[in-house]
Design a protein around this ligand. Structure first.
Ligand SMILES: [Zn+2]
Ligand SMILES: [Zn+2]
Length: 255
């Protein structure tokens, strides 16, 4: 599996960091996870492989996690010739289908009927979706918005967990335990901490409890970049840490 952090920023718009977006590639699977503002640009910078995304999963309904998704569907419909004919599946928490209906009411019926098969599948905790490439997708509720979930992607005995946006959660730490890569939001410095997001100290506590093989931090609001994130996390978690940037990737071979 290759996991790429396409967008490591937030709605505090940054010249260096796009809003949230991640790409998981494994065999024929090309799963885009979240698709906030700037992710179509980040995909375009990679070349033409934006055309061949097979699945999209969104963690919650904040616009910094799905704002570019209507543009991406429009690009699949009108952005190249011949137009897309292969299906795409959109996965998200309960309410995703209703969100798309509301967006289609604003933008047009093409959003849910773009001329290629577009299906929407809502996932609930306990579901396991078997994706192409022998990847199993599961989710876990997280304290951020009522619908918010974290995702786990498993293949060949290896596991990646992406927290999405979350506040502190012991249940999340237990669910993520011993994953090979934990991609964790790191939104705010402790002085600005709120229950809906994590501080570096709380990222360290989460990783210290979950003990992932590798910790990648993302979703940085500018004020958190003014503190020593690495030291604050390192005091609570001894494993390897990456402060991810847009375009960083991590390869995990099957066991
Ligand atoms: Zn966010
Ligand atoms: Zn959010």
């Amino acid at each position: 599996m290759r996991f790429t952090t396409l967008g490591t920023g937030t709605i505090s718009l940054s010249p260096r960091r796009s809003c949230a977006g991640y790409l998981l590639e494994a065999a024929e699977l090309r799963l885009l996870i979240d698709c906030g503002s700037g992710i179509t640009r980040r995909l375009a910078e990679r070349g033409d492989d934006w055309r061949t995304i097979t699945h999209v999963a969104i963690t919650h309904f904040h616009i910094d996690h799905h704002g570019d998704l209507p543009s991406l569907v429009f690009a699949w419909k009108y952005g190249f010739l011949p137009p897309r004919s292969t299906p795409v599946e959109i996965i998200g928490p309960v309410g995703t289908a209703a969100l798309f209906e509301r967006l289609a009411a604003a933008y047009g019926a093409w959003l849910t009927a773009p001329g290629f098969a577009l299906s929407i599948r809502e996932i609930v905790p306990g579901d396991a979706i078997e994706l192409p490439g022998a990847v199993r997708l599961t989710c876990h509720p997280v304290p951020h918005t009522p619908e918010s979930v974290a995702y786990s992607m498993e293949r060949g005995g290896r596991r990646i967990v992406y927290t999405g946006d979350t506040g502190p959660s012991e249940a999340l730490a237990a669910w993520a335990a011993r994953c090979d890569l934990l991609v964790c939001e790191c939104s705010l410095p402790a002085a600005m901490g709120i229950p809906e997001h994590l501080t570096p100290e709380q990222c360290g506590e989460l990783a210290g409890a979950a003990v992932p093989g590798h910790l990648a931090l993302s979703h940085f609001y500018p004020p958190v970049e003014q503190v020593d994130v690495r030291a604050l996390v390192g005091a609570r978690y001894a494993g390897p840490v990456t402060l991810a940037s847009d375009g960083w990737y991590f390869d995990i071979e099957d066991e």
